[in-house]
Design a protein around this ligand. Sequence first.
Ligand SMILES: Nc1ncnc2c1ncn2[C@@H]1O[C@H](COP(=O)(O)OP(=O)(O)O)[C@@H](O)[C@H]1O
Ligand SMILES: [Mg+2]
Length: 233
Amino acid sequence: MTANEVALQLDHVTVRVRDGDESLTILDGVDLDARRGEMVTVTGRSGSGKSTLLAVAGLLRQPTSGDVIIDGQRASSLTARQRSRVRRDHVAFVHQFAQLFPSLRAIEQLELVAHIRGELDDRARRRARELLGELGLGDHLDRLPAQLSGGERQRVAIARALMAHPSVVLADEPTSALDPARARQVMEALADETRRREVATIVVIHDPTHLELADRNLELMDGRLHMAQLERA
Ligand SMILES: Nc1ncnc2c1ncn2[C@@H]1O[C@H](COP(=O)(O)OP(=O)(O)O)[C@@H](O)[C@H]1O
Ligand SMILES: [Mg+2]
């Protein structure tokens, strides 16, 4: 794995659903490439299909047509079991609320990921400490979620997402429950980790702030992705 490699590719993804007698097109031939080390924001009004886009990108939902390619593996050519494995090994999700286990300390939230994968050894423990340190939580390793602020919890969730060495991070409105200052810290943390850990990050944000922290800004409108702002030089 190298920086700039395309980790996630959406190839003409269309999602249509039945809406009574009619068919509703949520995504209409969406193309998107995201490279390692690159953070892409996707904005769009409520109901524009942002969460659907992430669900398809993360192989949680199959498109009506089109394809998703993750680290060179074409979802349409995989069995359901193989798709689950690609999701588990290559993709990590960050949600609007951190969804931490209330009874686990910050460090344990990360160690659990390694434990589930049968990989909880000294190296994994070191990685957990490093990740939390990078996210500014080095002094909070032993805190329970209730002893952390909303922004800190969200940063634990980002650290946890990175624990399994994903190449793609999909974040669905990770800042929308936070005040502006904490929202900015979370966006900065995502941008920093995207580059440091060379992941391809797609961040859906409802409120189009802090867009300058990303490499590219896209907007979802009428089922299609548009450039929301020129690419940064
Ligand atoms: N399985 C489904 N069946 C019917 N409608 C759906 C389904 N999934 C999503 N939708 C509709 O698709 C649109 C996009 O939803 P969503 O992706 O959640 O938008 P956003 O995250 O931008 O708010 C909404 O109008 C939603 O009601
Ligand atoms: Mg949504």
